[in-house]
Design a protein around this ligand. Structure first.
Ligand code: C2E
Ligand code: MG
Ligand code: MG
Length: 744
């Protein structure tokens, strides 16, 4: 159809360009030339033919506007030419010219399609006028055809544009019933056009947006403003109506009133509202993106809980409400105990999984009016608005601790997580959101420092110990710069050779105010603050320096053990840093024993195996410290290049007159034998323990029974005495009394 119109249009355009052709068909040359003379004019082209056949030839090749056709021709008659024209649908007008003045001839001519009949020669003078009339009519017809074709095409184009628009295009009558809607409605909302035409627009407006839509619709009726933009949700036909309600959020754009405007010029008074038309664009994708962005800005991406910012907003809102209507608010600060261990042991992916499960469990403890948020890391907060009695928070804290009693599953294994909970109450414990959070945090720290896995309310007295921790953190930075550390050394004794074979270097912090601090009060903090690298480097350097001195005095066989934090093994350069200290002091590799904890071996996130192997290849010894206390898995012993396992002191402690052996120690000794590993018992404090361990087959020991960790010069005395002692193959009573003397 479109093609046909286009062809028409093209033809019509061509017509307008070309001159109007007149074909004179007459066998008398005189008639032809006098007609030519009569009709020649600008914009006309005169063609001639003396025969009917000649006329057909011309008509086959050219468009001719008008034919002056003689009835009697030498070959075929003018009427036969007419028949040919009719049967070939040639668009031309014909005036019959004939010397025959019979009425029959005229009738036959008009029947066969001629527009006029002229007798020759008497009527030839009239012919000019007739030709002019016909040509003018034809030109009008042509223009009409042309315009119709153009209109048709333009309408088709507009319909095409409306139908293929990505937007909903609609018209409503004055009462808000659909008069028109484009077919886009089918793909966007699932309605067919027929289902909507005649129905009110409110049929497809989301219930919650109805009021808004009706307001906009009536505003347009009463107000002079012709256009307005509203955002609205439209309903899909689909039964899963809830699911779709937010999907089809549609903005009505440029909705505009159509008015009746009579010609009397009094436009304003007589305007009548006829309806509206509008374009509605589907902005679902954009809306979803906006929602996602604002969700992300206010929520934690891992647990999808509100984040710190949203929590603070809600807390401040609740505080403002409480000030007006009275009552109280509870703020709980929850921190997982030993979470770092999970991250170090299993890797961050498992740590994340645990956090998600914790979030799920915490959600079960709160009401819908409460807000559970993730502050970051393993810290969660709960906002309890409308707290009638401060102690009501106790119930929730107890519930949390109870729910945590059920183990979590981490990497397919059970993991018993506990939490420390601090609680602050508004208005008692602070007037700002920051202060309430800080005080809940302080209370949480109090729980941590007094054994974890519990809850407590904030009290004013807690402030001072919190301040202490903060200042300790600052002082630790200083301590590194001012070299306030020292190393103490604890002997490791081989009972078969009756010698001290090594010392474990244990760090101490000589604090300007608090005196000598043990590592338990600052190593964790150094790890948290990212200061552990500097400490490790210092310990390694100092231990090597000390060993060089001892070696220079003849203590050549001595080894030194250094504790290296698992965190260090996340660093790519840990191997180089350890080796470089040995090189710096020109020490053989086998004098150094690196103590690591079991949990380091449980995952290979940062190439731990490879790093340990590189250390072993150089001859550096590796010991597993505190063996048995973490996640013992025999598998890793097979894979890891380890020399020694150190039985943790908690198992040794259990060896007393009542428990002559523990199944765990037996098992550990069995493991060491099975894997061909060296064994060392740490925390040996009594003669009984010493004898029992020896009976069980453990010959290397460390513990207060032999010596406490001592400063270098003091331990040196023990080392010299040990050198002087006779080598014996068996542990003797004399040796025992010797150690007893030393430690007395
Ligand atoms: P560890 O490596 O297991 O060190 C043994 C700890 O047990 C030492 O505590 C030591 O004083 C104590 N100990 C030794 N014999 C006995 C005993 O017979 N009975 C009892 N009850 N305890 C005994 P210390 O020096 O307080 O060190 C604690 C922990 O701090 C160490 O445990 C180690 O994990 C860490 N640490 C020490 N120095 C460093 C260091 O330079 N770097 C790192 N990253 N950690 C260190
Ligand atoms: Mg150790
Ligand atoms: Mg240990």
């Amino acid at each position: 159809m479109i093609n046909k119109t286009r062809a028409y249009l093209e033809a019509a355009d061509e017509w307008q360009q070309t001159p109007q052709r007149i074909l004179i068909v007459d066998d008398e040359p005189r008639i032809r030339s006098s007609l030519r003379l009569l009709l020649e004019a600008d914009g006309r082209q005169i063609l001639e033919s003396a025969t009917g056949g000649g006329a057909l030839t011309i008509l086959k090749s050219q468009d001719v506007e008008l034919i002056l056709l003689d009835v009697n021709l030498p070959d075929i008659s003018g009427l036969e030419v007419m028949e040919w024209i009719a049967s070939n649908h040639i668009l031309t007008s014909v005036i019959m010219v004939s010397a025959d003045s019979h009425i029959d001839t005229a009738i036959r001519a008009t029947r066969s399609g001629a527009v006029d009949f002229v007798r020759k020669p008497q009527e030839l003078d009239k012919i000019e006028h007739k030709v002019a009339n016909i040509l003018q009519r034809r030109s009008l017809e042509r223009r009409h055809v042309l315009m119709t074709a153009r209109l048709e095409q333009s309408e088709r184009l507009h319909r095409f544009l409306v139908e293929s628009s990505p937007d909903l295009i609609y018209t409503l009558d004055h009462e808000g019933r659909f008069i028109f809607v484009n077919s886009r409605v089918e793909s966007l909302l699932g309605y067919s056009r027929d289902e909507l035409i005649g129905n009110y627009y409110t049929l497809i407006v989301h219930e919650e947006d109805l009021e808004h839509a009706i307001y906009a619709f009536t505003e347009r009726r009463s107000d002079d403003r012709a256009t307005s933009n509203i955002e609205i949700r439209l309903k899909c036909k689909d039964n899963h109506y809830r699911h779709f309600e937010s999907r089809y959020i549609v903005a009505m754009l440029s909705a505009m009133g159509i008015y009746d405007t009579p010609d009397n010029g009094e436009e304003e008074q007589t305007r009548r509202f006829m309806g509206t038309y509008g374009v509605a664009r589907d902005v679902t994708e954009r809306k979803l993106a906006e929602e996602t962005i604002s969700f992300q800005a206010l929520h934690d991406h891992l647990t999808h809980l509100p984040n710190r910012r949203l929590f603070k907003d809600r807390l401040e809102l609740a505080m403002a409400q409480t000030v007006r209507k009275g009552g109280g608010i509870g703020v709980m600060f929850i921190d997982l105990d030993r979470f770092k261990l999970v991250n170090d042991t299993y890797g961050h992916a498992e740590g994340d999984e645990l956090l998600k499960s914790v979030a799920q469990r915490l959600l079960r403890c709160v009401r819908t009016s409460d807000t559970l948020a993730r502050q970051g890391g393993d810290e969660f907060t709960i906002l309890l608005p409308d707290l009638v009695h401060a102690e009501d928070a106790t119930l929730i804290a107890k519930k949390i601790l109870e729910l945590f009693a059920t183990p979590f599953i981490v990497a397919g294994q059970e993991f018993r997580a506990t939490a420390s909970i601090g609680i602050s109450v508004f208005p008692r414990d602070g007037e700002t959101a920051e202060l309430l959070l800080k005080n809940a945090d302080i209370a949480m720290y109090k729980v941590k420092s007094s054994g974890k896995n519990g809850y407590t309310f904030f009290t004013r007295e807690m402030n001072s110990s919190y301040q202490e921790r903060i200042s300790l953190e600052n002082e630790l930075h200083q301590a590194i710069q001012n070299c306030e550390f020292e190393l103490h050394y604890q002997p490791q004794v081989n009972l078969i050779s009756n010698r001290i074979v090594g010392v474990e270097a244990l760090i101490r912090w000589r604090h300007p105010l608090h005196g000598l601090l043990n590592p338990s009060s600052f190593i964790d903090m150094a790890e948290e603050l990212g200061l552990i690298n500097s400490i490790t480097d210092w310990v390694l350097g100092e231990a090597c320096r000390q060993l060089v001195r001892w070696r220079a005095t003849g203590l050549n066989e001595l080894r030194v053990a250094v504790n290296v934090s698992p965190q260090e093994f996340n660093n790519d350069d840990v191997v180089e840093r350890i080796v470089s200290q040995l090189n710096r002091y020109n020490l053989p590799e086998e004098v150094l024993d690196i103590e690591i904890t079991e949990n380091l071996l449980m995952h290979d996130d940062s190439g731990v195996i490879d790093k340990l192997r590189r250390l072993r290849e150089r001859g550096i010894r590796i010991s597993i410290d505190d063996f048995g206390t973490r996640y013992s898995s025999l598998n890793y012993l097979r894979r890891f290049p380890v020399n020694t396992i150190k039985i943790d002191k908690s198992f040794i402690r259990d060896l007393d007159e009542h428990h002559s052996s523990t199944p765990i120690i037996n098992a550990i000794i069995g493991i060491a034998r099975g894997f061909g590993l060296h064994l060392l018992a740490e925390g040996v404090e009594t003669n009984y323990q010493l004898r029992k361990l020896q009976e069980l087959g453990c010959d290397e020991m460390q513990g207060f029974f032999f010596s406490k960790p001592l400063p270098a010069d003091e331990v040196e005395r023990l080392l010299r005495d040990s050198e002087k002692r006779p080598v014996s193959n068996h542990y003797t009573q004399q040796t025992l009394s010797y150690y007893a003397d030393v430690t007395a």
